[in-house]
Design a protein around this ligand. Structure first.
Ligand SMILES: Cc1cc2nc3c(=O)[nH]c(=O)nc-3n(C[C@H](O)[C@H](O)[C@H](O)COP(=O)(O)O)c2cc1C
Length: 181
């Protein structure tokens, strides 16, 4: 039953890449800042590999990228309201530095989305008017793909008569363990 539970949850997670408006498309990414404070923000899930690594895209000048240079530990949190299913993925997040991989992933970025990686000023810079943002051209971008490497998947499903909570760990070859919910 535990194996099946993990299979079903992985399938649900992967379907976020195919199904329109799937709630797992948008995840909360937490990192740790220079003062050891947790910092969370919403990100879009872009790819899930067979080994469960996840790819996300960002601007290389954002705070999260600076934080990762100091501490690569990260958490991805997902919630599916209809299924009352929560996934908490703990692991490490790394900037991808392989040029061919960056090129492959960059091809996924459409023209409109290029704005996310081409502001002239650093994201988070104070401005007096939100209309006063200037952009560079596509080939002068700050696109940076990040690879999340999970060590643990903690899954919680609220249901009757019993909630289900389990921990799956890479070091145990992703074998799971039921937990008290
Ligand atoms: C719906 C939504 C999706 C977002 N997707 C991304 C994303 O995929 N990558 C990203 O870097 N920021 C994304 N953002 C913006 C981040 O939440 C955050 O504001 C930005 O990355 C700066 O974060 P940081 O300063 O903590 O690094 C998204 C925001 C929202 C509201």
């Amino acid at each position: 039953m535990l194996d099946n539970f993990f299979k079903e949850v992985k399938a649900e997670f992967k379907s976020a890449l195919i199904k329109r408006n799937h709630p797992f498309k948008y995840l909360t990414l937490s990192t740790v800042d220079e003062k050891d404070m947790p910092q969370s923000r919403t990100i879009v899930l872009r790819e899930i590999h067979d080994n469960l690594d996840c790819i996300i895209f960002t601007d290389s000048r954002t705070s999260k990228v600076h934080q990762l240079a100091n501490n690569s530990q990260a958490c991805l949190l997902a919630y599916h309201p209809k299924k009352m299913l929560q996934l908490k993925l703990n692991g490490n997040l790394y900037p991808i530095d392989d040029p061919s991989e960056i090129k492959r992933l960059f091809q996924m970025v459409g023209e409109k989305a290029m704005k996310d990686y081409t502001t002239c000023s650093i994201p988070g810079t104070s401005i007096s008017n939100p209309d006063n943002v200037n952009y560079t051209v596509r080939n002068e971008n700050h696109f940076l793909p990040l690879q999340f490497v999970p060590d643990q998947w903690e899954v919680l499903q609220l249901k009757r008569p019993n909630h289900l909570r389990a921990l799956f760990e890479r070091e145990n070859n992703w074998e799971g363990q039921w937990m008290v919910p």
